[in-house]
Design a protein around this ligand. Structure first.
Ligand code: AMP
Length: 178
């Protein structure tokens, strides 16, 4: 069930910056959340309630996916795995390439940190086109694990990111949508 008060508090806190980093983009700045420890706690509690008892590990997407993902994993008492942009992790690692609007990108994680058979929560701060999240989910499933949940603070409805996550038999949760 949606937590109305939390949604209202977040709407009042998250800043919308028009035309950043490019014309036409409405950038959602989550940094004011960290000025308010009680609100941060409420966000974590909400994400934890969604995932409790349902996952064996949490994968967070660089870098804003780490800010909430680690706290969620600690509260759930499960491992946290970093999914990083290419070139940052020492070997051994596994990676996957995916298409961007212009060109391509790659994400990686350390080999063996996601284990076959695990139920995985993939977490990021914001679901836009879903391209990065979809690639992260493929990378996780290539390791023999199952993506059973996705969670985000924010979903941008018009970009239809959830469509790209339909290939996975997983629940999708966004605290609030724009
Ligand atoms: P995507 O792969 O298109 O779903 O992009 C998701 C990633 O890009 C997330 O990690 C977000 O942090 C970032 N992102 C995309 N659009 C925005 C936006 N309008 N405001 C803030 N962050 C964004």
């Amino acid at each position: 069930m949606k937590n109305r008060k939390l949604i209202r508090d977040l709407e009042e806190t998250i800043e919308n910056i028009p035309d950043f980093p490019k014309p036409g983009i409405q950038f959602k700045d989550i940094t004011p959340i960290f000025l308010n420890p009680k609100l941060y706690e409420d966000v974590i509690a909400d994400l934890v309630a969604f995932s409790r008892g349902k996952v064996d590990a949490v994968c967070g997407i660089e870098s804003r996916g780490y800010l909430f993902g680690i706290a969620v994993a600690v509260a759930l008492e499960v491992p946290f795995i970093l999914i990083r942009k290419a070139g940052k992790l020492p070997p051994p690692f596994v990676g996957i390439e995916y298409e961007l609007e212009y060109g391509s990108a790659e994400i990686e994680m350390r080999t063996g940190q996601v284990k076959p058979g695990q139920r995985i929560l993939i977490h990021d701060d914001l679901l836009a086109t879903g391209g990065t999240t979809q690639a992260a989910a493929k990378l996780v499933e290539n390791q023999g694990a199952t993506v059973s949940q996705f969670s985000f603070l924010i979903g941008l409805k018009d970009l239809n990111g959830a469509e790209r996550l339909k290939d996975f038999d997983a629940e999708v949760y966004t605290i609030l949508e724009y």
